[in-house]
Each structure stands twice: as C-alpha cells, then as structure tokens.
Ligand binder design. Sequence first.
Ligand code: SAH
Ligand code: SF4
Ligand code: F3S
Length: 441
Amino acid sequence: MGKKFFIKTFGCQMNFNDSERIRGILRTLGYEPTDRWEEADLILLNTCTIREKPDQKVLSHIGEYKKIKEKNPNALIAVSGCLAQRAGWELVQKAPAIDIMFSSFNMHQLPELINQAQAGYKAVAILDAPPEDEDKVWDFPVERDNPFCAYVTIIKGCDKNCTYCVVPRTRGKERSRSLESILDEVRKLVDDGVREVHLLGQNVTAWGKDLEKPIPFSELLYEVSKIEGVERIRFTTGHPIDLTDDIIEAMADIPQVCNALHLPFQAGSNRILELMDRKYTKEFYLERISKLKETVPDIALSTDIIVGFPTETEEDFEHTLDVVRQVEFEQIFSFKFSPRPGTPAENMEGQVPDEVKTQRMSRLLELQKAIMSKLAKRYEGTVQEVLVEEIKEDRKAVGRTTTNRWATFTADPSLLGKIVKVKVQKATPFNLECELLEVVR
Ligand code: SAH
Ligand code: SF4
Ligand code: F3S
C-alpha cells in the first residue's frame, strides 16, 4: 500500500500555492493524497499567523490529529508556513506531537525532513533567513485542483514593514523570482490546459526591483501576455505606493489582464496610516483609484481594511467609511486589529476595546452591504465574458467574469474551460444568474 498524505491549509493565496507545491513534492516521494486525516501517514498543517485566531486553530487541530498516532504509530505530523516560522521550537514545546517543521523558506527540504523524522528525530528546520538554494523549490511540480486557473508565485517576502504586520518576519525580505523561471512555469501551465494565471506575492507590484537587472512589474505583465494560450491574467496583492502609472496603463492596454484589482487601503485616517507606516495618505490612495477608474473602465475594486488600530477614534474611523463610500468596492475584507508578537503595534498605547472594534466593524459591513446591492444591480442586462470552470450534472455551469464575479448559467459540458459570452439576468452580491449567448474562444 502506498503512503497517504493529508494537508490542511490556512491563510492567504500564497500559502495555498505553497500547499500546491508541497503536494507536488509529496507526490514525487510516492505519497497519494487523502481527504481523511484518519487514514494519512503524513498530516501536514500549512499555517498562518496573520491574526490571533488562526494561531489558536492550529493548536486545536494538532490536538485532534495527534490521535492518529494511537492507530498508526509511524504517522508523522508536520507543521509548515508562517506560524511555524514565527513560533519555531516554542510551538513544538506546546505541541510535542509535531515531528516535522519547516517554513516557506525551505519547502524544498521536505524530502530530507521526512527521512529524518522517519529515523526518529524531530525534524525542525526553522531558519533565520531563506537559504541560498531556496530557488530549488521551483523545480518541483505543483498539484492543483483547478485545471483552468493557476496561481504562480512571482515574489516572496515583503520589505514594507507595516507596524501591525507579521509577514516580513514570517516570509523574510522581498525576493523576486526570475523572469525566466516565471515564464517557464506559465508555459508549462498553458501546455497543461490552464487559461488563467494568477500572479501572486505579498506585494506583487514590487516585483523586479531587486533583480540583478531590475525589470518593472508592468513589463512582466506584457511578457506573460505574450505567451500563447494565456487568456487571462490576475495579480494579487498590490501595494498602493508601488501601483505606478505604467502598471495601470498596462492593465488597460493588455487585453488578457482582468478588469479587477485588490488594493488594500487598511485605514482612511492619515494619522492612523502614518502610525501603520503605510507610506501613503488617504488623498494619495483616492488619486490612484481615480486614475484606475479613468484608465481601466468598469474596473472592479476590492480591498482590505483594519478596524480598531491602536488610538483609532470615531473621527478616524469616519475617514475609513468615507473611503468606502467614495470608492464603492465590489468586495471588502475587514479585520479587527489583532496585536501580533514582535510587531511595533503590539504594545502601542491606546489599544481599542473589543466592543468598539465589533461595533465599528458592523457599521462598516452595513455600509458595504448597501454598496454591494447597488453595484450588483448595475450588472443586470449587461453582457459579460466568463471562463467556464465547472459544469455540474444538470448542465449548470459555473465560472467567473473578468471582474471576478461568480456567474451561473446552463451550458453543454463541452464548454468546460472555454471563455463564453453571457447575458446577466439577475444579479445578487454573490452571484450573477445568466443566459449563455456564444462561445468566444
Ligand atoms: N500584503 C498584503 C496583505 C497581507 S495580509 C498587503 O499588504 O496588502 C492580509 C490582510 O490582513 C492585510 O491587508 C490586513 O488588512 C490584514 N492584517 C494584517 N495584519 C493584521 C493584524 N495584525 N490585525 C488585523 N488584520 C491584519
Ligand atoms: Fe504586511 Fe504591509 Fe507587507 Fe502587506 S505590505 S505584507 S500588510 S508588511
Ligand atoms: Fe498568513 Fe503568512 Fe499568508 S501569515 S496571510 S499565511 S503570508
């Protein structure tokens, strides 16, 4: 019987892409996936530590998964990702059932770590900085669930050091992946049938600055678009300060670049933005949004917002609501400020009580709900291009518009993976009910 692995992933898209790479590595070692942890020989938790909640979830999961060792004493429990990088041995002391630990710095070392653990050693490989040979990780295959849309990591780490954020500590300094390595992966993906590539990084718009011969991110967009078979390009996440005019113009100019952008603003008050060290003002952010809306017509915008940063007053929070009102995002992801160990904001004076955060959060969501209903209505009667990602038994097709909205309609199974034109009949904030018009390509 072959060995089986079970992976549970927390956190952002970067972490999901890392898990896809880890799955690929495990396949090369002869492991097969299972979706039941009870029958796994290797259980891996790819963790996140962006806020306090995910930290707690990991510990409670390990508490459950360690029961596996009663039935299968040779089963291994591995913890990877950002919590592993931040907490290291401290986490192993809290949860001694952990056999293997590594982070996004050294996923390529997993084969040796498994050997060590099988020999009975605790294989904890948490490094202070990424090792010299970290690029070896690109040589391993990725195993994806979605045959048509693929993530491609283009830059690791972050140099921004926002005062609330743990990412620079868990993912290290910015390291751009080489142009050739990225294009190679995209070519392979297209050969495999992928039609949409989603370029990933904590700060994709900073890509290329640290290369031996610096290349602007907009150039990467052009290069990827030239690969035959790439029908759609998305990228996440951009930092407003690096969203230069050439990128906005490339978005408008390259037909394959989707009509959507996730651009976190975090807070509307200039005083809070300064305390966060975000390096821009409310006015700067709104100017970038105007430029985007002018240059890329009908662009769908989404954002991240932190509520209740230390010292946030009612007046500060009003500025956040004001940005939301002015921009009219299609989607917002809002989070209560969560103090992270070792970050400057952890012990800042003026921590905001939880009741206040909860109350502000619900006001924000109330406002957003109204905006989303209004924006959804604008879709009704329009014609949209959709990439068909799934067709269920009753010919119910599901796909996304270039503005990243889910659309459903009736279609023949042969249209799977095709880009089609649909007419929107009924729009709600989370779904567009459509009628199929024609196949585009
Ligand atoms: N690199 C991306 C986002 C990374 S983390 C960027 O800078 O835009 C994803 C989101 O988590 C952030 O945008 C922020 O809104 C939220 N976040 C990060 N640290 C947080 C903290 N300490 N408390 C609450 N939310 C946080
Ligand atoms: Fe964190 Fe700021 Fe970097 Fe985003 S830009 S990952 S919020 S430090
Ligand atoms: Fe979490 Fe690490 Fe992503 S902390 S949000 S998994 S970069």
